[in-house]
Design a protein around this ligand. Structure first.
Ligand SMILES: NC(=O)c1ccc[n+]([C@@H]2O[C@H](COP(=O)([O-])OP(=O)(O)OC[C@H]3O[C@@H](n4cnc5c(N)ncnc54)[C@H](OP(=O)(O)O)[C@@H]3O)[C@@H](O)[C@H]2O)c1
Length: 379
């Protein structure tokens, strides 16, 4: 296993970190036998970083992960978990949840503690509560070792958060598709490098979407390296960035653990030739979007309450990745009131759209296609 020392924290996490969000399940619950086995394979292969959260697996991830890790010396691994920022309305809430997390994990302290999924709104709320001071106090009393955040918003927001204080680390979504500023992307990574903030990566394989490619694109990879899987290309791409200290993967099968251990054993950054192949794959995939929505929000607010950019993001992602499970998941999360079907065809959005998208027509297609997909899943 490759270990990338973080000098300023004096820690050496394994490059491959175990994401405790996608354990295999049986009858809607964590398949504990298989998941324990996967954790053991990972530890035997040198993994020492585990990333959970209060909400993963319906709140069961921390308890399960803690129960397996309880069989190992506490100083032989790093435990990371996250405060559900959206559920915290007061410092009492934060304190109560933190206490619950320690007891679920059955641990006296947490190594890496994160404010979960910060965006503009959640960060504003956290600041109002002066959560930084609370985090510092947890550090001072030894309840946590390092204080950081995970992030889902655009680069402008990222810049504000990362420069607001001295963070020990941060967790960002980065893979060879998500390089643009709408998730922080490479700009966020570079800023961390400049500021000396260690970076933990989530979604290196884009939640599984980069593990399966259409045949014509997979051929581009296999022509250069017939043995390597698309997932290993994605992991090597992100691992080629020196400021990346841990690559989290939410592995759902034992074979994935074995393969990712191999990829991160001694990670070989992509060669220039391989980088140009990835660029080709990326360009081809991006072409598969259904429309050119860039998420600029000029169309918002919609008088009928439709969240136009979100509808298009789900639809376009389905076009690019053809990942049915992921599209259905997203279509399940967006509220009924924000869905395309509420469009009353007033056309105000089309006057504002810089991309000149036929918003009204496309919204009809979104609703039809994503509803049909959902039906197929239910059938
Ligand atoms: N803080 C946050 O807001 C946040 C958000 C997202 C994630 N996270 C954390 O980051 C971790 C990593 O994110 P992620 O789980 O989305 O990582 P990921 O590696 O991008 O996606 C994991 C999925 O990729 C596929 N995969 C991984 N390795 C593979 C391999 N060798 N071969 C084939 N397929 C492979 C599997 O898909 P299949 O299951 O379909 O086979 C697996 O479930 C999470 O587990 C979680 O701990 C945090």
């Amino acid at each position: 296993m490759e270990y990338r020392k973080i000098d300023k924290l004096n820690v050496s996490p394994s490059l491959l970190g175990f994401g405790c969000m996608r354990f295999p399940e049986k009858n809607g619950k964590i398949d504990e036998a298989l998941s324990s086995q996967m954790i053991k394979i990972a530890i035997d292969g040198g993994v020492n970083y585990f990333d959970s959260a209060y909400v993963y697996h319906g709140g069961k991830s921390e308890e399960f992960t803690g129960s397996v890790l309880g069989g190992y010396p506490r100083d032989s691994f790093y435990m990371a978990t996250k405060l559900p920022t959206w559920a915290v309305k007061s410092l009492d809430d934060a304190q109560r949840i933190f206490g619950e997390q320690l007891s679920r994990l059955n641990m006296d302290y947490i190594d890496f503690y994160l404010l979960h999924a910060l965006d503009k709104k959640k960060w504003a709320n956290m600041r109002d509560l002066n959560i930084e001071k609370w985090g510092e106090e947890l550090k001072r009393t030894g309840k946590i070792k390092y204080f950081g955040f995970s992030f889902h918003d655009d680069f402008e927001c990222f810049e504000k958060i990362i420069t607001a204080r001295e963070w020990d680390f941060c967790q960002i979504q980065l893979n060879y598709m998500d390089i643009d500023e709408n998730q922080g992307g490479l700009a966020a990574y570079r800023l961390c490098e400049k500021l000396g903030v260690p970076v933990i990566i989530m979604e290196p394989v884009k939640g599984g979407s980069l593990a399966k490619l259409p045949e014509n694109l997979e051929k581009l990879f296999t022509a250069v390296n017939p043995e390597a899987s698309p997932a290993s290309w994605a992991i090597r791409w992100v691992g080629g960035l020196p400021g990346v200290k841990v690559i989290l993967s939410g592995m759902s099968k034992a074979e994935q653990v074995y393969e990712n251990l191999k990829t991160c054993g001694e990670l070989k950054p992509l060669s220039d030739e391989e980088m140009s192949v990835v660029e080709k794959v990326r360009t081809e995939r991006v072409k598969r979007v259904y429309n050119g929505c860039t998420g600029c929000n000029y169309c918002m607010p919609c008088p009928a309450g439709v969240n136009i950019p979100w509808n298009f993001t789900i639809w376009n992602n389905y076009g690019i990745y053809e990942n049915r499970a992921s599209a259905n998941w997203d279509w399940g999360i967006i509220s009924e009131g924000e869905k395309a079907l509420n469009c009353n065809e007033c056309g105000a959005c089309e006057e504002q759209c810089p991309q000149k998208i036929a918003v009204r027509e496309d919204l009809k297609k979104v609703q039809k296609q994503l509803d049909a997909l959902k039906k197929k899943e239910g059938a």
